[in-house]
Design a protein around this ligand. Structure first.
Ligand code: ZN
Length: 118
């Protein structure tokens, strides 16, 4: 239930930001998940719906961008996105590869609704 703790963290951070900007509601939340979070998007979406239910984000549309892993070759220096299980350099065939990617979730944008009536 890794996705649940990440979603809870995201909702808390986004909720604090929204309140700091005087928002009454968040209509859209865009975030980027680092490759090392290894989240499963569908699970994350349902986790988000559950944890956001009682918050300013209850009706927010979630835009999720999941980063792909990249491999950097120590022999020729090339950096390539890689699929699961890929361990050799596509250019030189070397297996001396470093796995690159970000950790954690980053909020990239938020659409807020403020209460202008009062
Ligand atoms: Zn290489």
């Amino acid at each position: 239930m890794h996705e649940f703790s990440l979603a809870a963290c995201l909702v808390e951070t986004a909720g604090e930001l929204a309140r700091a900007h005087g928002a009454v509601r968040v209509t859209e939340l865009a975030c980027r998940a680092g490759a090392f979070t290894q989240i499963e998007p569908l699970t994350f979406r349902s986790a988000f719906t559950v944890v956001a239910a009682e918050s300013l984000l209850a009706e927010a549309r979630l835009v999720l961008d999941v980063e792909a892993f990249r491999l950097r070759c120590r022999s020729c220096g090339v950096v390539k996105e890689c699929g699961p299980g890929q361990t050799a350099c596509p250019l030189c065939g070397s297996q001396d590869m470093v796995l690159l990617g970000d950790h954690g979730l980053t909020i990239t944008s938020m659409t807020l609704e403020t209460d202008d009536e009062g």
